[in-house]
Design a protein around this ligand. Structure first.
Ligand code: PSU
Ligand code: MN
Length: 306
C-alpha cells in the first residue's frame, strides 16, 4: 500500500524508474475503452507503450481497476480495458470517489489521468485529443473537466490539439483565463487533431523537447500549479482532408443535438459517429497521431530528467 495515497498502485517498473530519476510517460485509458474499437484499442495502447520503451522511457497507462488507482497497467489489464469497452465507466474527477469506494473499474479521461499521474509523481502525459468547450456551450454550459484539471494539476499534456466537435476559439479563451500555457510544437497554430491547422494561434511555438522541458521546469520552480498543454500536429502524411472531416463533424454534432445527447455521453457519441461517417480513415489518423505524441512525450520526459 502506498503510504501517501492508500488507493494508489504504482506499477513496480514505474516506481523504479521514478526512484532512479528516469523518464516516465503517463497514458490515458478512456481512449482504450471508449475511444477506439476492440481489438485496435488494445493493440494501439500496447504499441504506444512499446514505442515509449523504444525511446528509453517507461510507459504508465493509467486506469481504475477494482477500485485501485493504477499508475501503470499490465498487458492483461490493457487487454481487459479494451475488451470491456463501454462496459467500463468513463471516469472523470467526480467519478473517482464512488468508483474507488465500490471497488469498480474506470477508464481514465485526460482529467483523471492527470490527477493520478500527479499523485504518482509523473510529469509528462501523452494522449490524442483533449476535451474542451463544446460548440453551443453558451447555452449548454458543456465545458470539459479537462480544462479545469489543466488549470490546477501540474502535468504536461501532449496532444494533437482538439477536434472541432469543440469550439476551438472558446477553448483557447478558457485556457487563457485559467492561466494554462498552450504551446505549439513546431507550429504557431493550434492543430485540430485530424488536420495540422485550425486558424487559431497558440501562445508560443516551441521546437525541441529541451525547450518544452525548460518551460515546464520554470513553471514548477516558480511554484505555479497549472498544467501545460503541448499541441503537436498530426504528421502531414496522415492528416485528413479538412472538407471531409468537417462534414462528418457537422453531421455528428447535428445528430447529437437532435437526439438530445448530453453530459458525459456527448464526447463518446460524437467520436463514435465521426468514426462511422469517415470509415477506417479517421481511426488510422487517430492511431498515428497518438504514436507521434507518445514519441515526443518520451523525448520530453527524458529532457526533463537531464
Ligand atoms: N477527445 C478526443 N478523443 C478522446 C477524448 C476526447 O478527441 O478520446 C476523451 C478523452 O479521454 C478526454 C475525454 O479526456 O474524452 C473528454 O470527455 P468530456 O468531453 O466528456 O470531458
Ligand atoms: Mn461535457
Amino acid at each position: 500500500m502506498n503510504p501517501v495515497n492508500p488507493y494508489l498502485d504504482i506499477a513496480p517498473e514505474v516506481a523504479e524508474a521514478l526512484a532512479a530519476g528516469k523518464p516516465v510517460v503517463a497514458l490515458e485509458s478512456t481512449i482504450i475503452s471508449h475511444g477506439m474499437p476492440w481489438p485496435q484499442n488494445a493493440q494501439t495502447a500496447l504499441k504506444v507503450e512499446q514505442l515509449i520503451r523504444g525511446e528509453g522511457a517507461t510507459p504508465a497507462t493509467i486506469a481504475v481497476i477494482g477500485g485501485r488507482l493504477k499508475a501503470g497497467c499490465s498487458r492483461e489489464e490493457i487487454e481487459y480495458l479494451g475488451r470491456q469497452g463501454h462496459a467500463v465507466a468513463k471516469a472523470s474527477r467526480r467519478d473517482l470517489p464512488v468508483l474507488v469506494a465500490r471497488g469498480a473499474d474506470g477508464a481514465c479521461t485526460v482529467t483523471t489521468t492527470m490527477m493520478i499521474a500527479h499523485m504518482a509523481g509523473i510529469r509528462v502525459f501523452a494522449t490524442g485529443g483533449i476535451g474542451g468547450v463544446h460548440r453551443g456551450a453558451e447555452t449548454t454550459m458543456d465545458i470539459s473537466a479537462d480544462l479545469e484539471e489543466l488549470a490546477q494539476t501540474p502535468v504536461m499534456v501532449i496532444c494533437a490539439g482538439a477536434k472541432s466537435i469543440l469550439d476551438l476559439g472558446l477553448t483557447l479563451e478558457y485556457l487563457e483565463t485559467k492561466g494554462v500555457p498552450v504551446l505549439g510544437y513546431g507550429t504557431d497554430e493550434l492543430p485540430a487533431f485530424y488536420t495540422r491547422t485550425s486558424g487559431f494561434r497558440v501562445d508560443y511555438r516551441v521546437d525541441t523537447p529541451e525547450e518544452l522541458a525548460a518551460a515546464f521546469r520554470a513553471q514548477r520552480a516558480m511554484g505555479l500549479k497549472t498544467g501545460m498543454l503541448v499541441t503537436n500536429p498530426i504528421p502531414a502524411q496522415y492528416s485528413m482532408d479538412k472538407a471531409v472531416i468537417d462534414a462528418a463533424i457537422d453531421a455528428a454534432v447535428a445528430e447529437a443535438k437532435t437526439l438530445g445527447i448530453h453530459g458525459k455521453e456527448t464526447t463518446p457519441f460524437l467520436l463514435a459517429k465521426i468514426k462511422d461517417l469517415t470509415g477506417g480513415d479517421s481511426l488510422d489518423s487517430n492511431i498515428q497521431l497518438v504514436f507521434n505524441n507518445a514519441r515526443l512525450a518520451a523525448r520530453t520526459a527524458a529532457a526533463l530528467c537531464r
